[in-house]
Ligand binder design. Structure first.
Ligand code: SF4
Length: 398
């Protein structure tokens, strides 16, 4: 595996922190064993001595706790690490949380009291401007599967064969899943039995088929599998769906979903009894498709030579396909893939705080004449091997 990742040296156990210590994180060290690592420590690269007093950011500058302004040192160290990264590019960086150099999203507030404020470390900010996906050890930890936290995988039309890779421990009939409609029958290419087990020793729960709004089910019903996965302890959830590629924005084949437009006119949160139990019904849908999981998927695809595009998914009610005017409208909206599932599931998963990866098989061009369900299944068969390698590659890196 040659996915390249920049990682804060202190997370790997190097004694590079201001106090001469380190902050090793087991999950990050495990990731480091599976990828090609570029160790970074912008503070060491700056030439600042170790040990020294701690540093924090205040009003756009960096000060040691004895009052010395070390903004120039931090800039210099960050720039040196950035240049190393440009010589040997990475698409993902795992940096130490809260640090004035490496922190992502939250940093210490300059009072040396442990309080945090929104913001990025000096180095993290530079990486983000370069287009690198920057996360902390907390993200790696939150996405790490275990027996208590298996990875949920929900498979769409023709992609259900992935379920055959599972070493099963237990099977669950969908009819035993709370909120799943008892009357539901699978369409061709689907099976309604979840399998709990492992794929390549990674704990998983595979749902090899789903129901759709266009079959007359409610948004609450079509998201029952997501709530079930959450109830089982799953924190990561992979949605795989068949779509049409919007001409001019995507080609047929495999795709990684980057965002979504919900054009179904439905929202599972508006129909769900459990809404009162979530922290807030006003769910943040920024980065609904986890940038960390997307970047891992991209890295795996590149590493294995699997052709994959990326783009925004639009979910429509269906079941008819799109008119030429609708295809033109989708293109104008910036949509690459259009399908009849997934959007409500992603809303539910985000409401439950789950990490989402969206993968699609664009089986046809949106708006192409005479697309049948059989066409979708045939295309799925054609890409089955690549899809399987992609999912297994992602699982191995989590
Ligand atoms: S947080 Fe970043 S700069 Fe600070 S010791 Fe760790 S790697 Fe070095």
């Amino acid at each position: 595996m040659t996915v390249r990742v920049a990682i804060s040296a202190c997370l790997l156990g190097a004694p590079v922190r201001y106090d001469g210590g380190s902050k090793p994180a087991d999950e990050v060290r495990e990731l480091a064993r599976k990828v090609d690592v570029l160790r970074v420590c912008p503070e060491t690269a700056s030439g600042l001595p170790v040990p020294r007093p701690p540093a924090e950011q205040r009003e756009g500058r960096v000060f040691l706790s004895d009052g010395r302004d070390v903004t120039g040192d931090f800039e210099r160290g960050a720039q040196r690490c950035l240049e190393a990264l440009r010589r040997s590019p990475v698409s993902l960086a795992v940096l130490k949380a809260k640090s004035p150099s490496c922190g992502v999203g939250l940093v210490y507030d300059g009072t040396y009291s442990g309080k945090l404020v929104p913001g990025d470390g000096v180095f993290a900010e530079k990486l983000e401007k370069e287009g690198v996906c920057v996360v902390t050890e907390d993200t790696v930890r939150a996405c790490k599967p275990s027996v208590e936290h298996p990875v949920a995988i929900v498979l769409g039309s023709g992609l259900g064969h992935l379920g055959s890779l599972v070493r099963p421990v237990r099977r669950i009939d969908y009819r035993d899943i709370d909120g799943f409609p008892l009357s539901a029958r699978p369409v061709a290419g689907h099976r309604f039995e979840a399998t709990i087990g492992t794929i390549d020793d990674v704990p998983v729960v595979v749902y090899p088929g789903r129901i759709h709004l266009y079959q007359g089910y409610s948004a609450a019903e079509v998201t029952a599998l997501v709530r079930h996965a959450h109830h089982l302890g799953c924190r990561d959830i992979v949605f795989a769906c068949a779509t049409g590629a919007v001409p001019g924005r995507a080609h047929t084949g495999l795709g990684i979903l980057t965002d979504q437009v919900n054009l179904t006119g439905r929202n599972p949160l508006a129909e769900w009894d459990g809404l009162r139990d979530v922290e807030s019904p006003f769910v943040d849908m920024n980065d609904a498709y986890s940038p960390y999981l997307r970047t891992i998927a991209r890295g795996v695809a590149d590493d294995l030579g699997i052709a994959v595009e990326e783009g925004v998914y639009a979910g429509v009610l269906g079941p008819c396909f799109e008119t030429p005017a609708e295809v033109a409208a989708l293109r104008t909206l910036g949509v690459s893939y259009v399908g009849m599932s997934t959007v409500c599931e992603v809303v539910m998963a985000r409401a439950l705080g789950m990490n989402v990866l969206g993968l699609t098989l664009a089986a046809n061009e949106s708006g192409a004449p005479a697309v049948s369900h059989e066409t979708v299944l045939a295309a799925a068969g054609e890409h089955a091997d690549d899809f399987e390698r992609l999912v297994r590659g992602v699982l191995r890196l989590l």
